[in-house]
Write a new protein. Structure first.
Length: 128
């Protein structure tokens, strides 16, 4: 699966496309910050900032491979290398989104399946 990103793409459209393939994963994009610094919601790109940033960063078409066997770290690195975006992938765990930092060597398919299992278990327990 390939995500094609062009000058008309936005952060929101990239997130929506990614989530359509992996409903128990989400990708967030942060302004460049040193890797040893914690991420905060304030570091997220706003929609208007993202459009301006993407238009200034590249001219043309970028393609990000989000195939099932690619790892979280590979995909995050592609966003950084090709678009200059600090991307972080999160997995659904019940009602919350957790960072995949400790499992970033897992393939996207495995991450999504884990999110599905954890979330369905959480939903099943709420019914009881």
């Amino acid at each position: 699966m390939m995500m094609k990103i062009d000058k008309e793409s936005s952060i929101k459209s990239m997130q929506k496309e990614f989530n359509s393939f992996y409903p128990f994963l989400k990708v967030e994009f942060f302004k460049r910050i040193p890797s040893d610094q914690p991420l905060y919601k304030a570091d997220l790109f706003s929609i208007s900032e993202s459009r301006k940033y993407l238009n200034g960063f590249y001219d043309g078409l970028a393609t990000i491979d989000i195939s099932r066997k690619r790892t979280v770290s590979e995909v995050e690195k592609d966003f950084e290398t090709l678009l200059g975006l600090s991307a972080h992938i999160y997995r659904k765990s019940g009602n919350v989104w957790v960072e995949t930092t400790l499992t970033n060597d897992w393939p996207l398919e495995e991450q999504n399946e884990e999110g599905k299992q954890i979330s369905s278990h959480f939903t099943d327990n709420k019914k009881n």
